[in-house]
Design a binder for this molecule. Structure first.
Ligand code: SF4
Length: 592
């Protein structure tokens, strides 16, 4: 090669897709090499100035009565019966739930899952009661794939028990890994029981909501807190958000903010502290709360009551002082054998996200970070599922283990069914994009398969591999309802993929596994696809009906013959004519 053709840079190691190899990281990934069993697991390289990982893990915060043997193994006191996943892991036991996690995350072995749980870097939120129902155990931690939580719950203004169970099923359908029931209205107890009974995913709650039904926040006391937690734990709730990190001494720092305290739990407890002139009740009785959690293996999701509610308040003294307290609470919970994850912001400018993730990793010793968004701009109400999933992608790449979805209704109203779908899809994109970037083995395989189907112009396989096949198919057919080797975006003559297929030198479309070897029958639209087009409102009902009822014969295709140009329904000319006809008709309808 002459020097003029040599690239003036070093090429990244692209090629192949060895991401399925258990110990591999996708070549070309700029993430760190995986370090499962260490503080980094799957991680981004640190930008200079970022806080280093903690040297400590949950092994440094053992119960006072456990003894370390000569070989380094820990021994529990005589008569001790392990209850939580953390306690089993500390004793070297691989539980059925750990095995199930490894089945669902094939890049991990059951022993690696156990070791991550023992180190406190992974949690398996699985209340013993819920395991008796339909719960399918899963894990949250940076050694596993990024998880997505969907919030739901009836408010005093809207929704019902049936609607909430319906939203739960809908969230599961669209990939939510956990669901939080944040009901503040209706029959909270019945709604919670129905959701736990119906769910296959872990259920989280913010118990303070039910504690103040029928009483003022000022009336909250130790007895009410502990009884409410015990009741919800017995019902089978898998994780509790408890805002114990908001301390009296943090409150003066909130006064400098643009929007004060935006967490419901945080604001309620701040009011309680001001009225009673006492420290946060949850902080004061933390050890008693830990004992309730341990009895049922409820996992902590230690709440960030002082999370920023706007970009201007991000990374301020109130937020970061509380984060340090969340680290202290994590250590205390581990001493009780309780699993812990920690909640994070909120609204954070894009450039501050890495710092926030890595500071949590240091202060909370690698306990899984569960973040809401964060939103990276404040001026797009109605689109906050997008503003926040941009931040969520960065958060997951830099260390967050679970992303709490934001729906288009955020800041505006109670999410309805379609808002739940939009939020879930946006966050599945964020989580998946981060996992690909982190090089988690196997994660990119489906992307590569879809690329092969796309290159082969195999539309059926293209739809099948899509996250939302009905949407992809409906959008395709809306513009060009024949299955030919181009689509309506560029048209026949400008289809670069089709042209590449014709040029022998390029690999495009040459994957034999997706090559078309016989005429394909294009199915009529399914009811779901029909609904998608009806809701878009672009096509007339007559056109949608025709799409929904089309058959090969109705389209005039010759049955039994191989189609010209890889099409079962139309050759090039006919497809072009149909497309022209459609464009003319749409132009006429639009008055062009
Ligand atoms: S017409 Fe354009 S968008 Fe459609 S398959 Fe070809 S290159 Fe892709």
């Amino acid at each position: 090669m002459s020097s003029s053709h040599r690239p003036p840079f070093v090429l990244p190691p692209l090629g192949g897709n060895p991401s399925s190899a258990r110990l591999g990281t996708t070549p070309g990934s700029f993430a760190n090499a995986p370090q499962i069993g260490g503080a980094l697991a799957f991680s981004s390289p640190d930008t200079p100035g970022m806080p280093a990982p903690s040297e400590k893990t949950a092994w440094d915060f053992m119960p006072a009565d456990w003894i370390r043997g000569e070989g380094g193994a820990w021994r529990a006191p005589a008569g001790f019966v392990p209850v939580t996943q953390l306690e089993h892991a500390r004793l070297g036991v691989v539980t059925p739930e750990m095995r199930r996690v490894a089945e669902r995350e094939p890049h991990l072995t059951p022993e690696q899952v156990r070791d991550e749980v023992a180190a406190g870097r992974m949690v398996i939120p699985a209340n013993r009661q819920h395991l008796g129902f339909r719960l399918d155990p899963m894990a949250i931690g940076r050694a596993s794939r990024t998880k997505v939580n969907a919030n739901m719950g009836a408010s005093p203004i809207a929704s019902s028990l049936d609607a909430e169970v319906d939203k739960l099923r809908w969230a599961e359908r669209w990939g939510a890994d956990t669901v939080m029931d944040l009901s503040t209205g209706g029959d909270l107890d019945a709604t919670r029981a129905a959701i736990i009974g119906a769910s296959t995913v872990p259920i989280g709650t913010v118990p303070i909501y039910s504690m103040i039904i029928g009483r003022k926040i000022e009336e909250l006391d130790e007895r009410v807190v502990l009884e409410s937690l015990e009741h919800q734990a017995r019902q089978g709730v898998d994780y509790f958000t408890i805002h114990a990190g908001v301390l009296r001494e943090h409150l003066p720092f909130v006064q400098k903010r643009l929007i004060g305290i935006v967490s419901r739990g945080g604001s309620l407890l701040a009011k309680w502290m001001l009225v009673h002139r006492r420290q946060n009740l949850m902080y004061e009785i933390w050890d008693d709360i830990c004992q309730v959690m341990r009895r049922h293996d409820v996992t902590f999701s230690i709440g960030d009551g002082l999370r920023p509610g706007g970009l201007a308040d991000a990374s301020d003294e109130a937020q970061l002082r509380e984060l340090a307290t969340l680290g202290e609470l994590t250590e205390r919970a581990w001493r009780h054998g309780v699993q812990v994850m920690v909640e994070g912001p909120g609204h954070v400018p894009f450039d501050q996200i890495e710092y926030n993730m890595k500071l949590q990793r240091r202060l909370c010793h690698g306990a899984p970070f569960y973040v809401l968004g964060p939103l990276v701009t404040d001026v797009f109400p109605g689109y906050d599922h997008i503003t926040s999933c941009i931040g969520a992608t960065a958060a997951a790449y830099h260390g967050a283990a679970m992303l709490c979805y934001v729906t288009p209704k955020e800041h505006l109203g109670l999410p309805k069914r379609d808002d739940v779908k939009q939020g879930c899809v946006a966050y599945k994109i964020a989580a998946h994009a981060a996992d690909v970037a982190l090089g988690i083995p196997g994660v990119r395989d489906r992307d590569d398969e879809l690329t092969k189907a796309r290159a082969a112009l195999n539309w059926e396989k293209h739809f099948e591999l899509s996250f939302d096949p009905d949407l992809a198919r409906a959008y395709h057919d809306e513009d060009l309802d024949v299955d030919t080797d181009f689509c309506a975006m560029c048209g026949h003559d400008w289809c670069s993929v089709r042209i590449s297929k014709e040029i022998q030198e390029f690999g495009s479309g040459k994957s034999t596994e997706y090559a078309w070897d016989k005429p394909k029958v294009t199915a009529a639209l399914t009811p779901e696809q029909r609904t998608i087009l009806e809701q878009r409102g672009v096509l007339s009902p007559g056109e949608i009906h025709r799409l929904a009822s089309k058959t090969k014969e109705k389209m005039g295709a010759d049955t039994g013959q191989k189609a010209v140009c890889h099409s079962d329904l139309a050759d090039d000319e006919k497809a072009i004519a149909l497309q022209d006809e459609r464009i003319r008709a749409e132009g006429a309808a639009a008055g062009r």
